[in-house]
Ligand binder design. Structure first.
Ligand code: SAM
Length: 231
């Protein structure tokens, strides 16, 4: 299957393994991953965030309940919300999540946004688990037609050492562990270049203490809710 589908499947497998109840997808674009995740029975809260409102709204109606959901209500409750905003800003609606996914997001961030990102995601949202994927620039020479970046909207593409040192610094600062994996294996003989997509899986070391969570709730809203469905 194409790499973007492998990335969604990677998240689905992780959800089925760890059974998070609250999952947020940052840079959710046309909500394909959220739509796939709504079929995971363990999930009770799904949230999406993107800076491009129109892209997010394009196919958001597939996140609405289907007639069958009304005719045969399931035991679990499910709430799906979409927010318009930037990962450079904190909003209390992103507190209390078990899993936050950032699939092919960070390479689209301007330097100033990227600088704020670790504090927002690891410091403020502080979910139990964070998954970040990004292109591995070492793989680019194996891709036909790629000169500088894989996509014209990419602000940077990191090699394995660059991504790993950034990820380890963020993990250390905010008390997470991080493990690296990836998708898209290089052809035999070129193993050193690593995976086409590099992935960091971050796990929070300590449970979040209630006091911090409460004080953070007083942060002002920065996102606009553009969609909400309750099953
Ligand atoms: N995660 C999706 C996927 O894997 O198919 C979409 C990835 S797309 C390459 C990157 C997305 O990040 C775009 O939808 C873009 O609008 C969004 N984005 C860029 N900067 C953002 C920001 N500062 N805050 C939130 N989303 C942002």
């Amino acid at each position: 299957p194409p790499l973007y589908k492998q990335r969604y499947q990677f998240i689905k497998d992780l959800v089925n393994k760890y059974k998070p109840k609250k999952v947020a997808d940052l840079g959710c674009a046309d909500c394909t991953l959220l739509w796939m995740l709504k079929f995971c029975k363990c999930i009770e809260v799904l949230a999406g965030l993107d800076i491009r409102e129109n892209v997010m709204k394009e196919k958001m109606h597939r996140l609405s309940p289907l007639p069958a959901d009304y005719l045969q209500p399931s035991e679990r409750s499910l709430t799906v919300t979409l927010h318009h905003g930037s990962v450079a800003h904190k909003d209390p609606c992103m507190l209390g999540f078990d899993l936050v996914t950032c699939i092919e997001l960070i390479e689209h961030l301007e330097a100033a946004e990227l600088e704020k990102f670790p504090e927002v995601v690891f410091g403020f949202m502080a979910p139990a688990m964070v998954v970040i994927s990004t292109p591995n620039s070492e793989f680019n020479p194996l891709l036909p037609g790629v000169t500088l970046f894989r996509h014209s909207d990419h602000k940077f593409e990191w090699d394995q050492a660059q991504f790993q040192s950034w990820a380890v610094a963020a993990a250390t600062r905010y008390d997470y562990t991080v493990e690296f994996t990836g998708l898209g294996t290089p052809p035999p003989g070129t193993e050193d270049v690593g995976f086409c997509t590099q992935i960091g899986v971050f796990v929070r070391k300590y449970p979040k203490n209630g006091e911090t969570v409460n004080s953070e709730k007083h942060t002002e809203h920065a996102y606009k809710t553009v969609f909400k469905a309750v099953y």
